[in-house]
Design a protein around this ligand. Structure first.
Ligand SMILES: Nc1ncnc2c1ncn2[C@@H]1O[C@H](COP(=O)(O)OP(=O)(O)OP(=O)(O)O)[C@@H](O)[C@H]1O
Ligand SMILES: [Mg+2]
Length: 232
């Protein structure tokens, strides 16, 4: 079923964090999710080695460049959702994973320098579309680590620039929240976090739910034929 790929050549923009938050939110609703850790640094596998991984979530690690497409296809055949986390680089692995995607999410922090890296990721997606001569691969920008309180003008300007170039921006931003980091420290999901130890867990949960709902709304309807999808 639908495959969501997190990709950006820039390291540290929030791919793994957003991938785990999305996967756990979807799994918490009872849907089967396979999370493919296609980053040789294995951040997701480390999270999965901690307690609290939802029952409906399977993590697959040790994916090689040669095996990544097969791993995604096998996961898509048995799970309602497949989410792929990639290394912060441009590689064949990234290209292969992108070629299978129903949606590529490109996380970026809100600076112009980061946005330039996000543009590189979008170009990679466009090139994969051409290389595979397949259907279009929808891609969208996700702003991460933004302030919930302040909306800087620079961020609005960057968002407007993406819009001008026809690159969709996910309206929900992944705000800077301790709770999103804490999931990697303690394992499990946002809901499992100890509210006495971690601040603003419920605010982070609302953020995560809005993000998951918006992403699911962007996916092709389950069971739909695979026609020419709207170009992102
Ligand atoms: N929304 C967020 N709120 C708070 N901290 C965040 C958020 N997103 C990411 N971080 C922190 O930013 C750092 C980088 O995040 P993450 O590892 O998810 O990025 P990445 O894009 O997967 O990096 P890489 O390219 O190295 O795989 C981590 O320390 C993570 O805890
Ligand atoms: Mg990562």
């Amino acid at each position: 079923m639908p495959t969501i790929v997190f990709a950006s050549p820039k390291g540290g923009v929030g791919k793994s964090t957003s991938a785990v938050i999305l996967a756990t939110q979807i799994a918490a609703k009872g849907a089967s999710v396979t999370l493919i850790d296609a980053d040789p640094n294995k951040p997701i596998s480390r999270w999965a080695s901690l307690p609290g991984v939802p029952e409906t979530l399977t993590v697959i690690a040790d994916v090689t460049e040669e095996g990544v497409i097969d791993a995604i296809e096998e996961a898509a055949a048995r799970s309602a959702f497949v989410i792929v986390d990639l290394e912060g680089t441009a590689s064949m692995m990234v290209g292969y994973a992108v070629s299978t995607a129903d949606l590529v999410i490109v996380p970026t922090q809100g600076s112009a320098l980061d946005a330039a890296e996000a543009v590189r990721a979008i170009r990679l997606v466009r090139n994969m579309e051409k290389a595979t001569r397949g259907a279009s691969i929808p891609a969208a920008i996700l702003f991460t680590r933004t302030s919930a309180a302040i909306r800087p003008r620079s961020l609005a300007a960057i968002a407007a620039e993406f819009a001008e170039h026809g690159v969709p921006v996910i309206a929900t931003q992944m705000h800077e929240r301790e709770a999103f980091r804490a999931v990697f420290a303690y394992g499990g999901t946002l809901s499992d976090l100890d509210r006495g130890q971690v601040s603003n867990v419920d605010t982070a949960l609302r953020n995560a739910r809005a993000f998951a709902a918006e992403v699911i709304g962007m996916l092709p309807a389950a069971g739909a034929a695979a026609p020419e999808r709207e170009v992102a």
